[in-house]
Design a protein around this ligand. Sequence first.
Ligand code: SF4
Length: 325
Amino acid sequence: MRKVGITTTIPVEILFAAGVVPVDLNNIFVTHSEARRLVEIAETAGYPRNVCGWIKGLYGTVLDSTDINELVAVAQGDCTNTHALMETLEMEGVKTIPFSFPFDRDRDLMRAQIEKLMRYFQVSWDQVAGAKEQLDTLRKRVWEVDRLTWEENKVNGLENHLYQVSCSDCEGDLTRFASKVEEFINEAGQRRPYEGTIRLGFIGVPPIITDLYDYIEEQDARVVYNEIQRQFSMPFECEDLVEQYLLYTYPYHVGGRIQDIYEQVAKRQIDGIIHYTQSFCFRQIQDLIIRKKIQVPILTLEGDNPGKLDARNKMRLDTFLEMLR
Ligand code: SF4
């Protein structure tokens, strides 16, 4: 089947409607057994040292793959580095299709972008509506995984992260992913609830650090809210596709994210927040806004290359958790 890479969440309904397999390159990269090698592919090609590890990893992932020659890249609303990512991949013969989330949430522009992508994949609104129905049913089950995390305390932070982050491409197969989610809900529902741990929120881009959630749990704390990952599951009832991608908070003004964080912190009784920032990412600047607006203790944690937590970050986490305790 035709596989198409994506650089972040896009209206994936269109790809499923077209019978195409979406592949979120971030998920392939960060779970790859040789993720560092993928970064090195980019650095060897000439990517500067002071460029975000995710971007370099995405470049390496595409070049390392044997079956991804086509890519939908979010040119506005995710990362400005994506422009150069597209240009350098095009030079290597990869077909790139830009998609833009309008910064001011302009409805007409959003519709125009969606219809442009539909024309590229040659699908109608009826076909897209059919795919959306299937995705909506599946996403609601992922909301249940999230509810089991914060309300019933039966799902850990890593599991919560993985199921929600997978909603960007549903692991390329709606039916298989739906069964996987269902099986997990059945198993998790029978667990004994976690008790008495510190309740954390994780905000910011998904972590490039591979053992973060495990380490947090070893310290008797648990992430009960993964902000951006939850957004990938489109956590709101919405029949209109254009409206759905306008409600999605990640690509727009940080104010929408702050409102969402504010509500979820109260609802989930969160004791403290980890704001994850990626080295060399423009979103690091938003930390100063978030710190002014969110009134719970915040630890800003920075990651660079894929791999385990370093000693410095472990020590900072220990101190933060001790302070919360
Ligand atoms: S972490 Fe920041 S710099 Fe890196 S890809 Fe994401 S938005 Fe871009």
